[in-house]
Design a protein around this ligand. Structure first.
Ligand SMILES: Nc1ncnc2c1ncn2[C@@H]1O[C@H](COP(=O)(O)OP(=O)(O)OP(=O)(O)O)[C@@H](O)[C@H]1O
Ligand SMILES: [Mg+2]
Length: 257
């Protein structure tokens, strides 16, 4: 099962991703891979973890070595890259993180990218759930980073621009024929009273609003303190809302308590 979280910059993609992760950790035994697909690698910030190497870094390294002729003909580039990508995976007790990072430098990464895609597909197939925190905006759709997604969560906050981004993500998903099975919109930082209004707006776009996540003081405090969002109290309103959303989209059967 692959779940991606997208939306305009700053709407709360990483926060929602962290709360979905918390939901899965606390209520299921599923094996989880968290893919930080945002080039600015901010998942570690909300989870308070350190990342040493990203996939982008090792891909750049391979490309450089290929250009300099540093690799012998007998070296299998795809096996080498695969080994290096596996080294970037950060393992924790309950989930693993794959930090994509960005591919630095000029020139064509076509070969490296195509090898990379199959390596990542292979890694992803080892987990029950793959949760992807996407980069802001639409770029990832044209690069087909979210191909074969089962559930796409599009996060919007109460701004016209982020609602506009929801519409554009939906349109582009259809244009580039990304095989997304379900698309759901999450209204983040909305008061509960605005639910009906937002629901109508989202319906007009031909999409489903799956829930509203309120502004949550615990999230604000934990963010400012640099504490992991996985540790916010279970009765935090934003966490309760995300748990409800996970129930609705069918990735959670019944919460444990
Ligand atoms: N429900 C919420 N209650 C309070 N604060 C929130 C909530 N959701 C997000 N925030 C805060 O809003 C800011 C942006 O959230 P976040 O980093 O999750 O957005 P993003 O979409 O991942 O941003 P980027 O596009 O930069 O990756 C953060 O400071 C976060 O703590
Ligand atoms: Mg983010």
């Amino acid at each position: 099962m692959i779940i991606s979280v997208s939306g305009k910059g700053g709407t709360g993609k990483t926060t929602i991703t962290a709360l979905v992760l918390k939901t899965l950790i606390e209520n299921t035994d599923k094996s989880i891979l968290l893919v930080d697909a945002d080039p600015s690698t901010n998942v570690p910030i909300v989870l308070n973890e350190k990342i040493d190497k990203t996939v982008g870094m090792v891909a750049s390294e391979l490309k450089e070595k290929m250009e300099k002729g540093d690799l012998s003909y007998s070296t299998s580039k795809s096996l080498l890259l695969e080994a290096w990508v596996y080294e970037t995976i950060k393992e924790t007790m309950r989930y693993d993180v794959l930090p994509m990072g960005r591919t630095e430098g000029e020139g064509c990464y076509c070969y490296v990218n195509s090898v990379l895609t199959s390596i990542i597909d292979k890694i992803a197939s080892n987990y029950d759930v793959v949760l992807m925190d996407m980069e802001a905006g639409l770029e990832h759709l044209s690069r087909r980073t979210d191909k074969d997604v089962d559930i796409m969560l599009i996060v919007t906050d109460p701004s016209k621009m982020s609602l506009e981004t929801v519409r554009r993500i939906k349109d582009l998903t259809q244009e580039v024929h990304i095989g997304v099975k379900e698309i759901y919109v999450v209204g983040n930082k909305f008061p509960f009273e605005s639910k009906d209004y937002l629901e109508r707006k989202i319906k007009e776009m031909g999409l489903k609003l799956v829930g509203i996540v309120p502004v949550d003081l615990n999230i604000i405090n934990y963010s400012m303190e640099g504490k992991s969002l996985l540790d916010i109290p279970r009765d935090s309103p934003a966490y309760e809302s995300v748990r409800d959303i996970c129930l609705k989209i069918g990735i959670l059967n019944e919460p444990r308590n």
